[in-house]
Design a protein around this ligand. Structure first.
Ligand SMILES: Cc1ncc(COP(=O)(O)O)c(C=O)c1O
Length: 392
């Protein structure tokens, strides 16, 4: 039978990037002594008040169809949240609700980048971006992110890649997998480029409450002169330890939202009212669990650095936000894929090879900071012992 070009493009991406993770999980299921530090999930349960809000809504019969835009009270709550954060008025009409950042990304990119268009984005990037791009058929133009400038994407590097086919600049701040947070100046520079070349500026801000360095978070939504081109996507998945709620949204120009709505209706026809009610409870005030996660993740990143830097030549790029740290493994002479497989088979630790996130991280692996302290420390010690045996 025949499949569409989109399915063929997605097939060609392959699942190779998850090979080490899948093998680590299989070895654990087979009873092998493996510490899996590849995938990161919030390390606390979803807070009770969100579970209670969802349960109360379920019992109150909030199980019908929701408004296809997202429930109006939720749009208002999100508009208030972004008005507070951006320091300028954001209206409910500027919000559309989706089941998670991922779906919002899919819908937004489908709306602004078609087959033949070019989207400029940093490399490395979050693992699903390539699949979203393959689905839409738009071309990816990679900007290699440099450790030397903290992996923060640079306006000049974006500008030199703009062509007549460019439709979108796609940012992720705070960034997965590097943990970089764009500064106010970075955002101003990139915003100026977007404006000069009349491009959309899409920002995945799913980690905006997960900043644990002193680096303050800036959103381009706060720039009034970018108001007609900035689209932000986010969710409560990370900030509220609630990825299974699948509650996300996009915020953009009101006109953009009304143009996007028919596509959202074609995909979803609204998401769940009881989840909307819980999300209203979530976004009305800062997350009560984000700070604790940030403190623990920062502490673990420091532990990783302390153990690896004292015993090995592996170097840790300290993250400013998120759930991960990058480690440069070039001293072992192995590329990230071979290193990650060798570490799993001979060191008993599963990590993500940097190559899973694009072309530019061949010397790096990504380590999740989400395991409990004692297991995390043991994982770090195993990584150090493995490096000592491998010229590292
Ligand atoms: C950068 C980034 N964007 C989006 C997502 C997906 O978020 P959601 O659960 O809201 O779909 C993730 C999840 O890991 C992520 O790291």
């Amino acid at each position: 039978m025949k499949y569409t070009d989109a399915i063929e493009r997605l097939d060609a991406l392959g699942g190779d990037k998850w090979a080490v993770y899948k093998m680590a999980r299989q070895m654990m299921a087979d009873g092998k002594d493996v510490i899996e530090m590849a995938i990161g999930e919030p390390d606390v349960p979803t807070p009770d008040y969100l579970i209670d809000a969802a349960m109360a809504a379920l019992r109150a019969g909030r199980t019908g169809y929701a408004a296809s835009t997202g429930e109006s009270r939720l749009r208002c709550a999100l508009a208030e949240r972004y008005t507070r954060q951006a320091g300028r008025e954001i209206l409910p009409e500027q919000v559309l609700c989706f089941p998670g950042t991922q779906t919002a990304l899919y819908a937004v990119i489908s709306a602004v980048a078609a087959s033949g268009d070019e989207v400029i984005l940093g490399d490395p990037m979050y693992a699903t971006y390539a699949s979203v791009m393959a689905s839409t058929g738009a071309g990816m133009v990679h900007v290699p992110l440099q450790a030397a400038n903290g992996f923060r994407i640079q306006a000049a590097d974006i500008e030199e890649r703009i062509t007549a086919g460019t439709s979108l600049i796609f940012l992720n701040t705070p960034h997965n997998p590097t943990g970089a947070v764009l500064t106010e100046q970075d955002i101003a520079g990139i915003g100026a480029v977007a404006k000069k070349h009349d491009l959309w500026l899409l920002v995945d801000e799913v980690y905006d409450e997960m900043v644990f360095s002193n680096a303050p978070f800036f959103t381009p939504l706060s720039h009034p002169d970018l108001a007609d081109r900035v689209i932000v996507v986010s969710s409560i998945s990370k900030s509220h330890a609630a990825p299974g709620f699948r509650s996300g949204w996009c915020v953009g120009p009101a006109d953009f939202c009304s143009r996007l709505l028919p596509m959202s209706e074609a995909m979803l026809f609204g998401n769940q009212p009881f989840i909307a009610d819980a999300t209203i409870a979530a976004v009305g005030r800062p997350s009560p669990v984000a700070r604790g996660m940030c403190d623990r993740f920062l502490h673990r990143a420091q532990q990783l650095e302390k153990i690896l830097h004292s015993r090995t030549r592996l170097t840790v790029q300290k993250p400013e936000a998120g759930m991960f740290a990058l480690v440069n493994v070039s001293c072992t002479g192995m590329n990230s894929k071979d290193y990650a497989m060798d570490l799993l088979l001979n060191g008993g630790v599963g990590v993500m090879p940097g190559s899973a996130f694009g072309e530019s991280l061949h010397d790096w692996v990504r380590i999740a900071l989400t395991k409990p302290d004692d297991i995390f420390d043991e994982g770090c010690k195993r990584i150090a012992a493995h490096a000592e045996k491998n010229n590292g």
